[in-house]
Design a protein around this ligand. Structure first.
Ligand code: ADP
Length: 328
């Protein structure tokens, strides 16, 4: 079975956009591939050198992924900083990564612009650490968003270069898996654009019922259709898109028909949408709370994930050492 590895940044709570845009694909992938998921806490030091509470944010994301249905017995979840052999590969790859090519990476240039007082070497070598995370397990595929494409090209370049320099056919070139092509873009509740943390328009999977209701009832609408079967403007289409994700087809068709007949009352639609979003989130929310209060279980999953990943990475590193000429 093909190996898939995916890094998850511990950047806060999961929202509906993350769920339908990424996590849902992961849930499918864990059945179809030999998957591993890791939480990229080392990478977060490139932008947050003294994270307030890294342990807490790693734990939160851990609980939320488990609550969504990532099944660690099928797809181990581990914390990046628990798998030390990756660091050694990071070092070897850095020895053959050149300043010019690292400086040309768009995300580096962007970060260098946004944090001019902290253009650190970790930021510069973000692609080598990412390559080490993946190559250490000789993964076949990496699920990535569009923004990671360049890092994937670097990863393939580092793999080819290693093979060339040491005259081996050792690393295969991991391929990008564009899961987002099949994923829906989840709109925000503020009328335009997508749901996203930086847009402040998210419904989080951990939001309680009252919070969900409040957010949905505040969603932007217009003054209503003025013609039969009128095309829906973006603000309204967004509500329908959300409804399509969380409600039954009957509910969706009911409001669609009302819209087409110009008899829709957005208040009613939003009330129903809030109920359906809550019904969707409630079981996930309950599992998040259950996992959060089960420290022992979380520790166990993290430890088992770390063991599996460390074993796989240690094997690769032993071979890499031999290839380079160090003691295996
Ligand atoms: P945010 O934009 O909220 O910071 P991230 O950038 O951490 O979220 O997103 C992680 C992944 O979640 C993305 O690669 C993307 O696949 C998915 N995602 C985020 N927001 C949405 C959205 N509104 N619709 C669909 N997918 C999304």
């Amino acid at each position: 079975m093909e190996k898939v590895i995916s890094g998850i940044r511990p950047t806060g709570n999961l929202h509906l956009g993350n769920y339908f845009g990424a996590v849902k694909s992961f849930l499918q992938m864990q059945n179809d591939y030999d998957c591993m998921f890791f939480i990229a806490d080392w990478h977060s030091l490139t932008t947050h050198p003294t994270p307030e509470n890294i342990r807490q944010s790693v734990r939160t994301i851990f609980c939320e992924y488990l609550a969504c249905g990532i099944a660690p017995e099928k797809a181990p979840i581990y914390v990046q900083s628990d798998v030390k052999p990756v660091l050694e590969l990071y070092l070897y790859l850095n020895m053959n990564a050149y300043l010019g090519e690292l400086e040309r990476v768009t995300s580096f240039k962007e970060k260098a612009r946004t944090q001019p007082d902290n253009v650190n070497a970790g930021l510069l070598t973000y692609p080598t650490l990412m390559a080490a995370d993946v190559l250490a397990h000789k993964a076949d595929k990496v699920p990535v968003g569009k923004d990671q494409e360049q890092n994937m090209e670097m990863m393939r370049l580092f793999a080819r270069r290693f093979n060339r320099i040491y005259n081996v056919d050792f690393f295969k070139e991991p391929q990008s898996y564009h899961f987002y092509k099949n994923a829906v873009k989840v709109p925000g509740l503020d009328g335009t654009g997508k749901m996203g943390k930086s847009n402040g328009n998210c419904i989080y999977l951990c939001d309680d019922e009252a919070t969900i209701r409040k957010k949905v009832m505040k969603a932007v609408t217009d003054s209503g259709p003025t013609q039969l079967n009128q095309e829906k403007p973006e603000v309204i289409q967004n509500l329908f898109t959300l409804m399509e994700l969380v409600s039954t087809k009957e509910t969706y068709d009911y409001f669609d028909e009302k819209y087409n007949q110009m008899t829709i009352r957005y208040g009613d639609m939003k009330k129903q949408l809030a109920v359906d979003i809550n019904a969707f989130c409630a079981p996930i929310r309950e599992r998040i709370l259950a996992f959060q209060s089960d420290e022992q279980y979380i520790q166990k999953v993290a430890r088992q994930g770390a063991e599996r990943a460390s074993e796989s990475a240690a094997k690769t590193l032993s071979e890499v050492r031999q290839i380079i000429g160090f003691r295996a």
